[in-house]
Design a protein around this ligand. Structure first.
Ligand SMILES: *Cc1c(COP(=O)(O)O)cnc(C)c1O
Length: 398
């Protein structure tokens, strides 16, 4: 029997334009819908399913944790928080971690740290530098930091205290902040995800680090999407050899279990004091176990190296098959965070790819985004390219 999927749910709020398939189970980099149709997962739950689906090491660990303890509250010490924090500190070269449940929550905490960092220095109305095309989340504050007017529309007034600048232009940020004593932080994604897979250049990141040091600003890097090994290093900014002062994480951290974290270095680690910030669910034992095990399995199975190698392979294959087509503007990104920019809107590809057995997304209207699980094999990468190529050719011919 074939289950039919309604165009719009009668009861779930209509906040997404959904593709009319319903997924029922997964294994590795593949998922199946309620009718048994198979899909290759080029989306990874939007850069979330680091270990793919039904991972043979993750699932038993989570089952074990569920039988022990799911949730207690932050009234008490949570040893697994200590364990995950210590690991994130080791991997980042930073010092302390606050745990929450999502990307926007991690970014909210970062914004609160920046404001209080300023207030503690005597700056009554702190301002934070943010970027064109940035995406930081859907809460009122993180939406205000986001650079896409479509996300703001209908939800004003926006939170004040942001100065917006273009990417990769050190003179532009110097000019935009000239003579402004209220600036306390710079907040950006190393590689913009929702904005269309736009990377900060290594040289720019280094110039920015120097500028932050010179001016006493916090460098706050939103690694919610590009972090957790996706580019082939634990955190994408590590390609530039810099260390941020504040780093929000989420998406891939729990391999599908909701986990958010804000990692802070010495300048920012002690800004928040008891009573300043909190969350009921954040850092609960189940979420922390997911984070600890995700990192352990990534290390055991060499998934940073895999993301780098299979990412290079995928990018080269995309370049070979699509790179010289007249309507393909650019193929870019790093590791398993890749974007293919077309010269026209291509949102229709999400549904067409699903029909062809491939999950992917389209962002910034005209950029096909691939953020598959980090366990993807070279053969699966070839399969993505084989499924995608005719779809791209067809949409460019329309
Ligand atoms: C997805 C994303 C967010 C928001 O995360 P949520 O978990 O959806 O709140 C923030 N920043 C970046 C860079 C993201 O990609």
């Amino acid at each position: 029997m074939t289950a039919s999927i309604p165009a719009a749910s009668p009861h779930v709020m209509n906040t997404y334009g959904r593709v009319p398939i319903a997924l029922a189970r997964g294994q590795g980099s593949r998922v199946w819908d309620v009718n048994g149709k198979e899909f290759l997962d080029g989306l990874g739950g939007i850069a979330v399913n680091t270990l793919g689906h039904n991972h043979p090491k993750l699932v038993p660990a989570l089952q074990d944790q569920i039988t022990k303890l799911i949730h207690t509250s932050n009234y008490y010490h949570v040893p697994l928080q200590e364990q995950l924090a210590a690991k994130l500190v080791e991997l980042s070269g930073m010092t302390n971690v606050f745990f929450c449940n999502s990307g926007l929550e991690a970014n909210e905490a970062a914004l609160k740290i920046a404001r209080k960092y300023g207030v503690d220095k005597g700056i009554a109305k702190p301002e934070i530098v943010v970027y064109e095309k940035a995406f930081h989340g859907r809460s009122i504050a993180t939406m205000s930091a986001t650079g896409n007017p479509k996300i703001h529309n209908g939800f004003g007034p926006l939170v004040e205290g942001f100065v917006r600048v273009p990417m990769n232009d050190i003179d532009a940020i110097k000019k935009a902040t000239e003579g402004n004593p209220n600036v306390v932080a710079v907040f950006f994604e190393t590689i913009q995800g929702e904005g269309g897979i736009n990377g900060m250049r290594i040289e720019y990141l280094q110039q920015l680090r120097a500028l932050c040091d010179e001016r006493g600003w916090l460098m706050m890097i939103d690694e919610v999407q590009c972090g957790m090994g996706r580019t082939g290093k634990w955190f994408a900014h590590q390609w530039a050899g810099i260390v941020p002062d504040v780093m929000p994480l989420a998406k891939g951290l729990g391999s599908g279990v909701p986990v958010g974290a804000v990692v802070a270095g010495p300048k920012a680690a002690n800004v928040l004091q008891p009573g300043n910030h909190g969350t009921t669910f954040g850092g609960n034992p189940l979420a922390m176990r997911a984070g600890v095990e995700t990192i352990r399995i990534m290390e055991e199975d060499g998934l940073l190296q895999n993301a780098a190698a299979v990412g290079d392979h995928l990018r080269a294959a995309l370049q070979r098959e699509l790179g010289s087509l007249p309507g393909v503007k650019e193929i870019r990104g790093q590791g398993l965070m890749l974007g293919i920019e077309l010269n026209k809107p291509c949102g229709a590809l999400i549904g067409r790819a699903a029909e062809a057995g491939l999950l992917l997304s389209v962002t910034a209207d005209s950029v096909i985004r691939l953020v598959p699980p980090l366990i993807l094999t070279a053969a699966e990468a070839d399969e993505i390219v084989a499924k995608l190529t005719p779809l791209v050719k067809a949409i460019l011919a329309e």
